[in-house]
Design a protein around this ligand. Structure first.
Ligand SMILES: C[S@@+](CC[C@H](N)C(=O)[O-])C[C@H]1O[C@@H](n2cnc3c(N)ncnc32)[C@H](O)[C@@H]1O
Length: 353
């Protein structure tokens, strides 16, 4: 085809996909087949079979276990507090069998409309599913419309679409702006936050949000590098962490990678107030559940799990919950093998008295 041909003004402009060198697309945006599962089902299933998550997709965790806990029956009213890709939402909708109502929330203004459209294509429109861009710390505000919920699910943290998209700045593995906001239309970026944070505050953040063993070295390096200029990209931060840890005796590349992971997690929790909103959500939960209503919460690190465990125990002792999970449920070894992101998941449940 002649690349230089002048385009005809009346013809609709052809949208060219992102070009990549070689035969195998590597970056998030180049993986156009994975972004189009409807057209490239084979490519997508090959990625999943190899234990990967296709670009622009999220593989839901502990689906079977969650459905066993929630015991959804047609006609019930439920809430998915963390819509994400809508994988759990879809399974819950199937259990409702076109009878009842499901509310679903997410703070992310980028992924939410995509998921809404996807679910609408599958036949789940406003007659059964109401999706709202809302923080789950405000669950009580839905109550006047929804009435009490028979079941609630929260699958905490970030989706694979958010982590894998370099423009969101969630991962040290790809270069992008140091943003880390679940809702990029609101609040400060972590880059802004790092401009003014004090050394003790940063150390505290790394300990409390991620149990980072090298918190002192990393915090010191971030503060001293700040003098040279703003830390604006994920790559800059990764290099600062790597340089800070290189001199530690017997440190391995794998240790450094884990520290990067923990550090990004700590910053993400901070900039999105994740612990504060989880505490508020847990506090409000019993007020939105019907008697006998069931809740399942999937957590991905100890800071989240501790909070869920403490709140469930407290409300059990007060007689507000009649039963809670005696221990956290872990994904099966098959699931962890098939989806590495399931490895650190813990599932807890409670039933309202
Ligand atoms: C792990 S993903 C959920 C994946 C989903 N269960 C699925 O099967 O596709 C977590 C989602 O929760 C959203 N989220 C995180 N904190 C939130 C909050 N406080 N309020 C509402 N949504 C939140 C994130 O934006 C993300 O889309």
């Amino acid at each position: 085809m002649n690349e230089n041909r002048t385009s005809n003004e009346s013809e609709p402009k052809h949208q060219r996909r992102v070009r990549y060198k070689g035969t195998h697309p590597k970056t998030f945006h180049e993986k156009y087949k994975e972004h189009n599962p409807e057209h490239y089902a084979d490519t997508v299933s090959k990625v999943i079979q190899k234990g990967g998550t296709p670009a622009g997709m999220h593989i839901s965790i502990c689906v079977k276990e969650i459905l066993e806990i929630l015991q959804i029956t047609p006609g019930q009213t439920g809430l998915d507090a963390t819509l994400g890709y809508g994988g759990h939402t879809l399974e819950m909708l199937k259990c409702l069998d076109s009878k009842g109502r499901l509310y679903a929330l997410d703070v992310d203004p980028i992924e939410l409309p995509r998921t809404k459209e996807r679910l609408e294509h599958l036949g789940y429109g406003p007659e059964i599913l109401e999706i709202r861009q809302m923080n789950f710390s405000q669950i009580d505000q839905i109550l006047p419309d929804s009435g009490p919920f028979d079941f609630v699910l929260a699958d905490l943290g970030v989706s694979s679409m958010q982590i894998d998209n370099p423009e969101r700045g969630f991962s040290f593995k790809t270069d992008g702006p140091l943003d880390l906001r679940l809702n990029p239309e609101m609040g400060k970026t972590i880059n802004d936050r790092l401009k003014t944070i004090s050394l003790p505050e940063l150390q505290g953040m790394l300990i409390e949000n991620a149990d980072e063993p090298y918190y002192a070295e990393i915090a010191r390096a971030i503060i001293s590098n700040r003098k040279k200029g703003d830390i604006t990209t994920t790559t800059q931060l990764r290099i600062i962490i790597k340089e800070a840890l290189k001199a530690i005796p017997k440190i391995t590349e794998d240790d450094i990678k884990k520290s990067c992971q923990r550090c990004f997690q700590a910053l993400r929790i901070d900039i999105n107030d994740e612990f504060e909103v989880l505490d508020t959500f847990l506090e409000k939960l019993p007020t939105v559940l019907s008697s006998g209503g069931r809740v399942a919460i999937l957590t991905f690190h100890s800071g989240e799990d501790r909070r869920v465990k403490k709140s469930f125990k407290q409300f059990l002792n007060e007689g507000i919950y009649s039963e809670i999970a005696p221990d956290p449920i872990r994904p099966s070894s098959e699931e962890c093998h098939a989806n590495s992101r399931a490895r650190c998941a813990k599932l807890r449940w409670a039933i309202k008295a």
